[in-house]
Each structure stands twice: as C-alpha cells, then as structure tokens.
Design a protein around this ligand. Sequence first.
Ligand SMILES: NC(=O)c1ccc[n+]([C@@H]2O[C@H](COP(=O)([O-])OP(=O)(O)OC[C@H]3O[C@@H](n4cnc5c(N)ncnc54)[C@H](OP(=O)(O)O)[C@@H]3O)[C@@H](O)[C@H]2O)c1
Length: 316
Amino acid sequence: MAARKTIAVVGATGAQGSGLVRAILSDPQGGFAARALTRDVNSAKAKKLAQLGAEVVAADVDDLESLKRAFQGAYGAFCVTFFWAHFSPERELANATNMAQAAKHAAIQHVIWSTLEDTRKWVPLSDNRMPTLMGKYKVPHLDAKGEADQVFANLGLPVTFLLTSFYWDNYIHFGMGPKKGPDGKLTITMPMGDKKLPGIAAEDIGRCAYGIFKRSREFIGKTVGIAGEHLTGAQMAASLTKALGQEVRYNDVPPEVYRGFGFPGAEDLGNMFQFKRDFNEYFCGARNLEAARALNPALLTFDAWLAQNKACIPLG
Ligand SMILES: NC(=O)c1ccc[n+]([C@@H]2O[C@H](COP(=O)([O-])OP(=O)(O)OC[C@H]3O[C@@H](n4cnc5c(N)ncnc54)[C@H](OP(=O)(O)O)[C@@H]3O)[C@@H](O)[C@H]2O)c1
C-alpha cells in the first residue's frame, strides 16, 4: 500500500479542524493520515483525537518554530486563525504569516487557508455606510483573514483559499440562539433585511476541506467558497419554529442598532452582517452550494442540521 499523505491540521480540537480530522479518519482507504495540532496534547479533546487514530502534536500559531516542527514531513496543511480568542486582527495576520512561513519551510505540497473576504475591497475606509473599527478595518475578523491571502500567495505556496460561511453552530456556542423578547416569544436577531445568509454546519467545513485535499490538483491556486444553504432570516426562523416546536420570529434590526448591542464584537458583527446584506449577490455567489456538495456529499441543510442539533440549542 502506498504511504499515506499526512495532513497537518491547525485548530484540530476546534470546530473547523476537528471536522477535517474526523473526515480523514473516517475514510481509512482514502490515502490520508491526520496530524492534529494542539497547544495541549493532554487535553480531553486531544486525547479523543488520538484515540480515533490521529497523530497528536504540540504547536501554537504564535510560535513559528513549533509550527515548523509540526508541519515537517506533512503533505498538506490546513490553516485557520482564532479571532474570537483574542479579538486582534493584527494577531490573526501574524499567525497566518507564521503558518505560511512554516508551510514554506516544510515544503508543504497543498495548503488550505481558511479565509474570508477583506471587506475593505468593497467598502473602503472612506465609505461611511459603516464605521471604521480599530483604526483601519471595516469588519476586523474578516479583513485580516482576507489580507493574509496575499501572504500565502507571495510565498508562492500551493494554496487553496477556502471561503467559509456562518456556522449554524453559532446558535449553540456563540450566544446567537433564539432569545425570549419582552412578550415571551423567541426571536433570532440579525440585520440582514430580506437577504440570504449563507450558512453551514461547522462539521461540514472540515469535510469540504477533505474533499479539496482529495482533489488537490484541481484546487491549488483556486478560491473555493462553501455553504450548506443560503437562507433568509425569515426562512431560518421558520425552520427553527418547526424543529423546536415553538414559534421563533425573525427580528430584523438596522445594522446600527445591532452594532449598539454592546456585547464584545457587536460592532464587528454588525458590520459583518451589513456587508453580507449590502453585497448579497456577490457574497452568496461566492459560496456555491452544488460545488460544496460535490466536495462533500454529506453536506447538511439547515433542517438536517437542526434535526441533529436542536436539543443542544439553549433557548434564552
Ligand atoms: N463562528 C462562525 O460562524 C465562523 C464562520 C466562519 C469563520 N469563522 C472563523 O473561524 C475561526 C476559528 O475557527 P474554529 O471555529 O474552528 O475555532 P474554535 O472552534 O474556536 O477552536 C479553536 C481551536 O484552536 C486552538 N487554538 C486556539 N488558539 C491557538 C493557538 N494560539 N495556537 C494553536 N491552536 C490554538 C484551540 O485548541 P487547543 O486548545 O487544543 O490548542 C481550539 O480548540 C475564527 O477566526 C472565526 O473568525 C467563524
């Protein structure tokens, strides 16, 4: 049997990376092996991945030398940054630069960079439809990822740029689930008007990434956008109503109201939703559902995701 190609997976204990590790391990005949990168090889999540058959190695995206060691001898690398762990776009750019340099050093043959749009290409800082944040960003947690695309490209890496979508899992883990209003009715609140939000089960991001590694030659140098479905707020509320067995309403608020909600990241997310609303044709067009399903035939719709996860959604 030919030697299996090792994929080094950054964020392997997290949402995107763990989906990729599980996708690799659940296909033992696929020709790939999973190397899970974590800061703590002794954590319960890391041990679980080892039990499933992953090679678990220590690495920190703040530490270039640790990444060089962790990427050594691998065929592929899945690279992702962790904005919500520190809220710093500069740190994301520095972390992406470390991963790109480590991939170059290890002569990685296929890099997937989990990226998003640099919204400043659509909304320059001079455009006052949304406020400039942190001095030089419109949507900090998107812009630095998009800016980092050039870092991978400039190093001449064999890279695929993976444009991800809003995780439906945000309804479970990110405080975005249905909330009870003053009238006691559950609502989801997003400043999306009647526009469609591309969404995806977080697990499917890793499965799509695996599909890209399997078809490497086709995707090196390309940008691939993925989503499970494009749905309006009203459609998402209707699905939630059906799944939860109680009415969930869609509360469309102006972006400036959302930006004023005051929770950490509210301004960033308000600008993000406004970008997705105002450039909706582009944003949905860049995330083709058929292409995602071709990479990952198990791709979930929102209703299918809800059937599996509705019991985990906290109803505030
Ligand atoms: N939520 C959404 O809808 C959405 C949509 C698209 C894109 N994104 C982006 O997804 C990114 C996060 O990915 P995710 O959701 O897969 O992350 P996640 O579930 O929060 O997991 C992050 C994992 O990364 C590891 N990690 C954190 N800091 C690290 C460091 N300094 N060095 C090495 N590993 C580190 C942690 O593992 P250990 O503790 O084991 O080291 C953790 O398990 C964010 O940048 C976000 O903007 C989010």
